[in-house]
Every structure is written in C-alpha cells, then in structure tokens.
Design a protein around this ligand. Structure first.
Ligand code: RB5
Length: 141
C-alpha cells in the first residue's frame, strides 16, 4: 500500500481491515497527514510490483489520479482507477490490473473496503483481453 496525505486516513482504515482479514501488508507510506508529494511514495511501490516483488498494489491520493498516473509510468504496471465496485471488478476481469488506485477523499471508506476485496479476489478473464493488454506497453526501438 502507498499513498500521499490525501489517502492517508483511508490507507490506515484499509490496512486494519486487510490485517484483520489475514493479509500481510507492506506499507510504503506516507505515515501521517502532513502534506507530501505522491510520486515519492507511489514510485517505490510501483517499482516493487513492476519488478515482481509483489503481486498486487493498493495506492491512493486525494483523487486517485496522480497516484495512478505515477504508477502507470512503470512498464509492467497496469494501475486502474477504481471509484466503485463494478469498475474495480472490470479492471481485474478485462485489464488484469496489478495495482488499484482509489480516490481517498471522494468515496466512503466502507465502499473502498468492498472494492479492495473485489480487487484481490477477481480473476482476469484472458482471451481477447489478453491480446489487448499485450498491446499496452510501448516498444522502444
Ligand atoms: C493533494 O492535495 C492532491 O493533489 C493529491 O492527493 C492527488 O489528488 C493528486 O492527484
């Protein structure tokens, strides 16, 4: 998990829920409400997922946008912006998202928890969706 100050309170809430559910969490910060720059916290998590160190990442910022944009700079990352349950399910089924980005300031924490559970348990459908996600990375010549 990683966030800036905009998602700090949500991260703490979700971390507790995940730990209670038996998940082992790695917390990349931030660790307080103090104003920080989201790339400083999102890049280390995204690199770890990119390198295969972790299977899934959960990131937040106020809107979810800056965190998602940062994470998607990493070639092997597919970070989906998740605002509701259906969108979260689709980003797993159709996009094989390995990171979910949640707007820490704009959705209820309990709804975010429902979304996290969906993100962690929904399978990728493969097939035509695999063909499509294979075309996402830019091949350098
Ligand atoms: C911080 O105020 C806010 O800009 C940040 O959390 C995020 O929403 C950026 O995309």
């Amino acid at each position: 998990m990683a966030t800036d100050h905009g998602g700090y309170a949500m991260k703490e809430f979700l971390k507790k829920k995940l730990e209670e559910a038996g998940y082992e969490i790695v917390d990349f910060g931030t660790y307080s409400e103090e104003s920080v720059d989201y790339p400083d916290f999102i890049h280390p998590l995204a690199k770890a997922v990119n390198d295969g160190e972790y299977e899934r990442g959960i990131i937040m910022c106020g809107s979810g946008n800056g965190a998602q944009m940062t994470a998607n700079k990493h070639q092997n990352v597919r970070a989906g912006l998740c605002w509701n349950e259906e969108q979260t399910r689709l980003t797993r089924q159709h996009n094989d998202a390995n990171i979910m980005s949640i707007p820490g300031r704009y959705i209820p924490f309990e709804q975010a928890w429902e979304m996290v559970k969906i993100f962690l348990t929904t399978e990728f459908e493969g097939g035509r969706h695999l063909r499509r996600i294979k075309k996402i990375p830019i091949k350098c010549e």
